[in-house]
Ligand binder design. Structure first.
Ligand code: ADP
Ligand code: MG
Length: 287
């Protein structure tokens, strides 16, 4: 049977915007040793804005048009920024064969020609000769029927409360903080450095995130737990694998909210530390 004070703990957490889906997770939160974060949409706002265009042999507008049409059905936060920067209405009838390529980008047919938009890995795997952009933001490279058409630089911002997350987690007993991201090393290091994370792994495909998660799980001390915090976009398999899967409830995907053990309703990562403090207090009352 579940001790009564556990209900108090779950109630207290829900009052501060954290939904804990069972007393076992309240207990697990109190024993968390490692917290692993996704980057985009979790520690950063996921509200990208285009900050530079590098067209190759076409106009800036033509580059944005290719990318915006490519991204029109994507659920990734990157897509919104590109569609916004393009700024014109999109005629969906020009687009067919839409494919979202997890950890890479997208592929569509626009007016019958293949358009690819995504990271360097996407260009490399499709043998597109491209010019690497060395700025610290996220870069979306664009190709049309095998020809390189240019790059779009987009930047994301760290969430306001993310700066204190790591400190607060350490204060509530967490010993290790890690970030797993599909984004570039430069983008990852910028965020990890700013926040003081212990470790950041970058340029990961969804499958790489799972293998890193398994490695991290194997390093957790006996009777201690590992929590993963993500938005569910490209990270649902990792969320499911963690001892405690924590999802962002506001902008996360419905599937992630469903699959998660804990949901942060306000999308503020600092709420995890608050929930941990509540869970530790509750457990001290019980035992
Ligand atoms: P994160 O781990 O930071 O949440 P994701 O795994 O969602 O990142 O995506 C990894 C990378 O794949 C992105 O940084 C981007 O380079 C590329 N990518 C994914 N989806 C798209 C898309 N719709 N358009 C362009 N690039 C994309
Ligand atoms: Mg993400």
């Amino acid at each position: 049977s579940v001790p009564l004070s556990f209900f108090g703990g779950i109630g207290g957490a829900s009052k501060c915007g954290v939904l804990i889906k069972g007393s076992n997770y309240l207990e697990a939160l109190a024993k968390t040793e490692t917290v692993v974060f996704d980057k985009t949409g979790t520690l950063t706002k996921g509200a990208f804005a285009v900050s530079g265009c590098f067209p190759q042999g076409i106009s800036r507008d033509a580059l944005l048009e290719l990318a915006a049409y490519g991204e029109k059905d994507s659920s990734h936060p990157i897509s919104k920024s590109i569609i916004k920067a393009y700024g014109k209405a999109i005629d969906g009838s020009r687009v067919t064969q839409v494919q979202e390529l997890a950890g890479h980008g997208i592929s569509v047919r626009l007016d019958g020609k293949q358009v690819l938009a995504g990271n360097a890995k996407l260009m490399e795997e499709n043998h597109i000769p491209f010019e690497a952009i060395k700025e610290s933001g996220t870069v979306v490279y664009v190709a049309q029927d095998g020809a390189y058409r240019g790059a779009i630089l987009i930047e994301d911002e760290v969430k306001e409360d993310a700066a204190r997350v790591i400190e607060e987690l350490k204060a509530s007993g967490v010993r290790r903080t890690v970030m797993l991201t599909g984004d570039t090393r430069a983008a990852a290091e910028k965020v990890a450095g700013k926040l003081g994370l212990d470790k950041a792994y970058a340029e990961l495909l969804p499958a790489d995130k799972v293998s890193h998660m398994e490695e991290l799980l194997s390093q957790v001390s006996e009777k201690k737990k590992l929590a993963f915090v993500g938005d569910g976009i490209n990270d649902a398999p990792v969320l499911a694998r963690a001892d405690i899967g924590i999802a962002m409830g506001g902008m996360g995907s419905d599937a992630a909210i469903e699959a998660a053990d804990v949901v942060i309703m306000t999308d503020e990562p600092s709420k995890i530390a608050a929930a941990m403090q509540i869970s530790r207090k509750t457990l001290r009352i019980v035992y």
